[in-house]
Ligand binder design. Structure first.
Ligand code: SF4
Length: 239
C-alpha cells in the first residue's frame, strides 16, 4: 500500500503518483510488475519498487514543487486506501486537477476526482478471462458507461496492443464499443512492452499505425504510444 514512486514534469506542472496497492486482475506482462517505474524518466528506470510511503511523506515531497495536475496510477489505485484521501487533500490544499488510471473493475465517484482513464483490456469474454484472470468484461464496460454519465468526471480510455493476443481485431471491437457510448471520447492505444523471454513481442511502428487507423474508423480522437513517439518534456524522479 502507499506511493512507491513519484515523477514530475516541470513544463506541465504535472505529478505522477505510483501506488502499490492490490489489483483484482493478473494481466500477462503487468507493466507495474515488470516495469514499475515511469518509462519516460530521464535517468534509467529501476526494475525494483521503492518502499511505499504514507500520505504525509508524499505531501512533504510535493510541497517543494509547483504543480497543478496529479495522475494517480501504478498498481490499481482504486484498491489502495491512500488513494482517495490523498486526492481529497491535494484538491483541498493545492487545488489540483486529479486524474486516475484504473482497470475499471470498481466505480469510484468523488468530487476530488476530475478525470478517469479506463483501461479496457479486452472485450471478448474468453480473451478477457485469459488475459486478466477474471470473468465478466461487461463489468468494466458498465463502469465505463457510469463514468461517462458522471458529469464532473471527464473520461478517457486506453488499451494495449499485444500482437497475436490483444490484436487489432480486439482493439477494433473495443473502439466500436467506445464509439457506441460517445465517439469523441479520447482513446489511446499503447504498445505492449514485453518482459525478458516473453512469448509476445513488442508491436512494430507499422502495426501501431495500422491499429490507429482501424480505431479511427470509429473514434474521433485516437492516439498511440510506443517507443517511436518522442517524449515532449523531461520527466524527473522525485521519489
Ligand atoms: S490491471 Fe494493471 S496493475 Fe492490475 S494486473 Fe493488469 S496491468 Fe497490472
Amino acid at each position: 500500500m502507499g506511493v512507491y514512486h513519484i515523477t514530475y514534469v516541470t513544463e506541465l506542472k504535472e505529478i505522477c503518483l505510483y501506488f502499490d496497492g492490490e489489483c483484482q486482475f493478473s494481466c500477462h506482462g503487468c507493466i507495474t510488475h515488470w516495469h514499475p517505474e515511469d518509462c519516460h524518466l530521464e535517468e534509467s528506470a529501476s526494475l525494483v519498487k521503492h518502499q511505499g510511503i504514507n500520505i504525509d511523506k508524499v505531501i512533504a515531497y510535493l510541497r517543494r514543487l509547483s504543480f497543478k495536475r496529479v495522475i494517480f496510477l501504478g498498481k490499481e489505485p482504486t484498491q489502495d486506501m491512500d488513494f482517495l484521501p490523498l486526492a481529497k487533500i491535494l484538491k483541498e490544499k493545492f487545488s489540483t486537477y486529479n486524474i486516475f488510471l484504473t482497470n475499471g473493475w470498481r466505480y469510484i465517484n468523488d468530487k476530488a476526482l476530475d478525470e478517469v482513464c479506463v483501461s479496457i483490456k479486452a472485450i471478448t469474454p474468453q480473451v478477457f478471462k485469459d488475459f486478466t484472470g477474471m470473468d465478466k468484461p461487461e463489468r468494466v464496460l458498465e463502469n465505463f458507461r457510469r463514468y461517462v454519465t458522471t458529469h464532473h468526471i471527464k473520461v478517457r480510455a486506453e488499451s494495449v496492443l499485444i500482437p497475436n493476443y490483444i490484436d487489432e481485431r480486439e482493439i477494433e471491437n473495443i473502439a466500436c464499443f467506445i464509439s457506441r457510448v460517445n465517439k469523441t471520447i479520447p482513446y489511446r492505444i499503447d504498445a505492449y512492452i514485453p518482459f525478458d523471454n516473453d512469448r509476445f513481442p513488442r508491436p512494430t511502428t507499422d502495426e501501431m499505425n495500422k491499429v490507429k487507423a482501424i480505431a479511427q474508423k470509429y473514434l474521433e480522437n485516437v492516439y498511440v504510444l510506443h517507443n517511436g513517439v518522442k517524449v515532449r518534456y523531461p520527466v524527473t524522479r522525485i521519489y
